[in-house]
Design a protein around this ligand. Structure first.
Ligand SMILES: Nc1ncnc2c1ncn2[C@@H]1O[C@H](COP(=O)(O)OP(=O)(O)OP(=O)(O)O)[C@@H](O)[C@H]1O
Length: 227
């Protein structure tokens, strides 16, 4: 279970441009389920994903990951939890041009300090999961949109995360690729992965995959429904 207790996030606190991005947010997210954060642009979805994924800390409130309070942990522990527990998929995939699909997939695993040959093997396995073994040495800019999407998912899986966090993953995809993305999420869920998606795409929030849909507006949860 991931529990958020009375979370607030204030940017630029004490300055003239102080902004309250999240307030009074309390949520329970169950492991092995699929949770969708839904809401208009600026409602706080990305900020919330960042807190859950240990990329930032709340200004006030506490976050528990499987009963361990993570909010007050020193930075090096947060970094370790982030690396070992979470896989991230970003809106425009954030793949690095000029290097190969395989090198992109390996990037989140470099800090583990594992031998390069082992990392390459692991990266290839992930690419092969998505039928991309043949494209391993192809530079990112030569891949199709669908291939790039699957490389981004393979990269998120390189450290075998228990939790996948995806921020507007279908925002730049056509309906066919969006549905393909959800099919891949379905397989990951079946394998026991917890999936947290932020999206205002009906293909995502109306998906049968969603166990919980959290609706956000102006930095607050306005609806928290289990389906
Ligand atoms: N580092 C920051 N400094 C100041 N304000 C920020 C910062 N990050 C986010 N915000 C503000 O917090 C609010 C919530 O942003 P957030 O990105 O979480 O919303 P969102 O629901 O994910 O929107 P989108 O769908 O457009 O990504 C926005 O008004 C944004 O401008």
């Amino acid at each position: 279970m991931i529990s958020l207790c009375d979370i607030a996030k204030i940017f630029n606190a004490g300055k003239t441009n102080e902004f309250s991005a999240l307030h009074n947010v309390s949520l329970n997210l169950r492991m092995r389920e699929t949770i969708v954060l839904k809401g208009p642009s600026g409602s706080g979805k990305t900020t919330l994903l960042g807190l859950v994924g240990c990329m930032a800390r709340p200004t006030t409130g506490r976050i528990f990951l499987n009963d361990r309070e993570i909010t007050s942990l020193p930075e090096r522990f947060l970094t370790e939890i982030r690396r070992s527990t979470f896989g991230f998929i970003f809106q425009q995939f954030n793949l690095i041009k000029g290097i190969s699909a395989l090198e992109n997939v390996m990037i989140p695993a470099y800090p583990t300090g594992e031998k390069n040959s082992l990392l390459r093997k692991r990266g290839l396995e992930k690419l092969e999961m998505f039928d991309l073994g043949k494209r391993a040495n192809t530079r990112i800019e030569f891949l199709s949109g669908g291939e790039a999407q699957r490389v981004a998912i393979a990269r998120a899986l390189i450290n075998n995360p228990a939790i996948i966090i995806a921020d507007e993953p279908t925002a730049h995809l056509d309906s066919k690729l969006s549905n393909e993305f959800m099919e891949i999420m379905k397989d990951l869920k079946a394998a026991g992965t917890t999936i947290i998606l932020a999206s205002h795409d009906p293909i995502v929030y109306n998906s049968a995959l969603a166990d919980q849909v959290v609706e956000m507006r102006d930095g607050q949860v306005v609806k928290d429904g289990r389906l």
